[in-house]
Write a protein that binds this ligand. Structure first.
Ligand code: SAM
Length: 344
């Protein structure tokens, strides 16, 4: 039975509702912590410890968690990483999930360097939205940010996604001293293409972060500078927000500009998401390092689906307001775990 066919009473009893009155309908799954890029804000030069293969959540385990989550009212799932296309047969997982849940809003977040030629297959499987991370349009700078000379593959993937009818969002980590000089290029890109270009404030993540105050480029500053380059227009009420992003139209443009402000303006009160990390831990809040070990439960044959669903529901009841955790932190660090295992 799907969630949509249940009575309102049953739905309410299954729902992932928390102590702050928020209801989760969105699950983010990091399907691997491996990535082919070495982004300066994600990668540690002093050696990166990857999760041993046996501890990586399997596709079958992901599918089981998605089944349970859909029962509890989740309607949107994002596959992320690490790099989702760095995991073998990633399309098989997508097919498995969408075959079972054709109405699921299944999305991906990718660096788009390994997906040339795959956009049409994604669209044919039923994927409608894709987020592509891109911090620069300059080949040399791309190489210095990511450690790889692969900008051309990304721009090709963007073209292929648009040609296949996928809705594309570009995620750009705002890095003062690194890509702020390219703001006119990003604004023009959003003007000339039907894409949302979203600037994400740089967060201090994990012990490997290169975060420092002088690199921080706030959304307010970006908005002010972008407003000098184009007329940014207020959107209709229902379109002003897309998840955590605040969106603006561009006069005479095809796309939109967005701002994601985890540091300067929190969106915790409307948070509707849970995360599954690459090693199968449930994380109720990006800013909280407290995790529930679902992988061990999934691998214990005496633990039932109902047991796991109950653990997820109970964990979610205590889902914190991340902003309060952030304020209480002594160190300027959003989370101890690295972004590649959490999935952004
Ligand atoms: N490999 C995929 C990609 O590049 O999109 C998915 C994983 S990546 C960790 C998810 C998102 O997190 C990317 O958009 C990335 O730019 C962003 N990200 C990683 N570290 C970040 C940080 N310290 N602050 C802000 N965003 C960050």
């Amino acid at each position: 039975m799907t969630h949509t066919t249940l009575s309102a009473e049953t739905k309410a009893s299954l729902a992932l509702t928390d102590n702050h009155g928020r209801t989760v309908n969105y699950l983010r799954v990091s399907i691997t912590d491996r990535c082919n890029l070495r982004c300066m804000y994600c990668w540690s030069a002093d050696g990166m410890q990857f999760i041993p293969h046996d501890n990586i959540i399997t596709y079958e385990e992901i599918a089981r968690l998605v089944d349970l989550s859909v029962e509890m009212g989740v309607s949107k799932v994002r596959l992320t990483g690490g790099e989702p296309f760095a995991r073998r047969n990633c399309l098989d997982l997508i097919e498995m999930l969408l075959k079972k849940h054709p109405d699921l809003d299944l999305r991906l977040t990718t660096n788009a360097t390994l997906m040339n030629g795959k956009a049409k297959a994604l669209a044919d499987l039923g994927v409608r939205h894709i987020n592509i991370s891109l911090d620069t349009f300059e080949r040399k700078k791309f190489q210095s940010i990511t450690g790889r000379d692969m900008l051309r593959s990304v721009t090709r993937s963007i073209d292929e996604c648009l040609a296949s009818g996928l809705k594309v969002k570009i995620n750009t980590v705002a890095l003062k001293g690194v890509n702020n000089d390219e703001l006119p290029v990003f604004v023009n890109f959003a003007k000339n293409n039907p894409v949302d270009v979203r600037f994400i404030e740089f967060m201090p993540m994990g012990s490997c972060s290169t975060w420092n105050e002088s690199n921080f480029w706030s959304a307010d500053d970006i908005f002010e500078e972008a407003s000098k380059l184009a007329v940014l227009t207020k959107l209709e009420k229902g379109e002003r927000r897309s998840g955590p992003a605040k969106l603006f139209g561009i006069e005479g443009g095809k796309g939109r500009l967005g701002f994601i402000t985890p540091m300067s303006n929190h969106f915790c009160s409307s948070c509707n998401r849970l995360r599954i990390t690459a090693n199968g831990m449930l994380r109720t809040c990006l800013f909280s390092d407290s995790e529930i070990d679902l992988r061990t439960m999934l691998r214990n044959t005496s633990i039932t689906d109902a047991d796991i669903a109950n653990v997820m529901r109970e964990a979610n009841v205590g889902k914190p307001l991340g902003v309060e955790l952030l304020k209480a932190k002594k160190q300027n660090e959003v989370a101890l775990k690295r972004m590649n295992a959490i999935g952004g």
